[in-house]
Design a protein around this ligand. Structure first.
Ligand code: NAD
Ligand code: DAU
Length: 373
């Protein structure tokens, strides 16, 4: 098992990153190291998501650094300042619809940002080895370190009615978002093959849970149900996604950091496929019960809207590798995860107001008009 002392988490103010930091510092006694969170705080990043962590661990085991993964000199200075031995790279532009309206930042952050991190890691870990650990025939790059890249099942493209993506499924990305993530995956693997950089890669299905930005289907629907707004369903509502509670994703990432084999990739998924319209009905039932609403009245606000261009029809993940090789299994069933998520949104109106008052609101108004945030 790797000893993980100083983990550079990128994008730790987004949903998956902030839940990862919380899981590691609050619920993982075997981890005694430090976390350095590098986040640019774009519209999707919210420092308030980690206020409790800052109070409890700030300056001792948790360090927040605001900045971009594209800023090479900043990234270099952080590797030196904190003597980074592990990277958990979450930072990205993550929303498919935004990539259709404006693909450029996706290429900059997801491709160039990942390249910058990889290249700094390669240089830093190479230098560290030549200073500290000489030896004939030894690899140029330290092998006791790890660069883990968090990616998506969307790189594999779209499935028909049957089958599931495995780690050997050829890449076939179809949106600017998934194309930029595919490019970053290829760079990660190229750094392993060419330079011997110890890397791992994971491709996960749709996450949901606390702190998810309310542009994504589940939190957007929860808030619209509570506010009596129209519930937008793209196309015929029969597109299928495989849903995984965010903490389960993060448990898999933690296992990979400890025991993942360098050069390998792992698929992670909930084995929990749902048609969007059926998922929405489940959400309507759950939210209505908790908020004392009439579910039939809520159902009447479902509004079929113009489809997302190039909308992938179905994703499904074969995650037997991470289960058999690393012993991962999800702890939360879908109904349980959904209940926890709805409870969280009901209890955190301050967080919701905070995140909606910023750039998100003006972006949504500009691009979706009357639909609102
Ligand atoms: P998110 O949009 O919630 O958060 C992204 C975070 O990255 C934000 O805090 C943002 O401020 C930060 N960021 C953006 N650009 C940056 C930059 N240039 N420098 C530093 N920080 C920057 O995203 P998420 O849903 O938490 O996704 C995290 C990772 O997981 C992404 O790589 C995404 O592709 C991948 N992923 C997401 C899902 C999902 O369902 N959400 C599923 C599979 C994989
Ligand atoms: O599969 C993993 C991916 O899941 C991640 O890589 C992405 O970062 C993440 O954003 C997510 O992508 P999706 O496009 O699947 O998620 P989103 O929540 O945007 O949409 C889920 C489904 O719901 C999709 O089929 C589109 C549909 N949808 C979405 C919205 C926002 C609607 O029908 N109505 C909506 O208002």
């Amino acid at each position: 098992m790797r000893s993980l002392k100083n983990i550079l988490v990128t994008g730790g103010a987004g949903i998956i990153g902030c839940n990862f930091i919380r899981v590691l510092l609050n619920k993982t006694p075997e981890f005694s190291g430090r976390i350095i969170n590098l986040d640019a705080l774009t519209y999707a990043g919210n420092a308030a998501s980690l206020e409790d962590i800052e109070k409890q661990f700030g300056g001792r085991r948790y360090f927040f650094e605001q900045g971009s993964i594209c800023d090479r000199s900043l990234v270099e200075s952080l590797f030196s300042k904190y003597d980074i031995d592990t990277v958990a790279h979450f930072a990205a532009e993550s929303h498919v619809d935004r990539s259709i309206f404006g693909p450029e930042t996706f290429v900059k952050t997801n491709v160039m940002g990942t390249f910058t991190l990889l290249d700094v890691a390669r240089n830093f870990w190479q230098e560290a080895r030549s200073v500290g650990l000489p030896g004939a025939g030894a690899p140029d790059i330290r092998q006791d370190v790890l660069f883990h890249h968090i990616s998506t099942d969307e790189v594999y493209g779209s499935l028909g009615e049957t089958g599931a993506f495995s780690e050997t499924t050829p890449y076939n990305p179809r949106s600017p978002y998934s194309a930029s993530k595919a490019a970053s995956d290829h760079l990660v693997m190229a750094y392993s093959h060419t330079y011997g950089l110890p890397v791992t890669l994971s491709n996960c299905s749709n996450n949901y849970g606390p702190y998810q930005f309310p542009e994504k289907f589940i939190p957007l629907s929860i808030l619209h149900i509570l506010e009596g707004k129209a519930l937008p369903v793209y196309g015929d509502g029969k597109n299928i996604r495989d849903w995984l509670y965010v903490e389960d994703h993060n448990r898999a990432v933690w296992l990979i950091l400890q025991r993942g084999v360098p050069g390998e990739k792992y698929n992670i998924g909930g084995e929990n496929e749902r048609e969007n319209i059926n998922l929405l009905h489940s959400l309507i039932d759950t939210v209505s019960k908790k908020a004392d609403l009439d579910p039939e009245k809520v159902r009447s606000t479902i509004s079929y809207v113009k489809d997302r261009p190039g909308h992938d029809r179905r994703y499904a993940i074969n995650c037997s590798k991470v289960k058999t090789e690393l012993g991962w299994k999800p702890a939360f069933g879908f109904e349980q995860g959904l209940e926890k998520t709805v409870d969280w949104y009901l209890a955190n109106s301050e967080w919701i107001e905070g995140i909606r008052s910023g750039e998100y609101r003006s972006w949504v108004e500009k691009n979706y008009g009357a639909r609102g945030a």
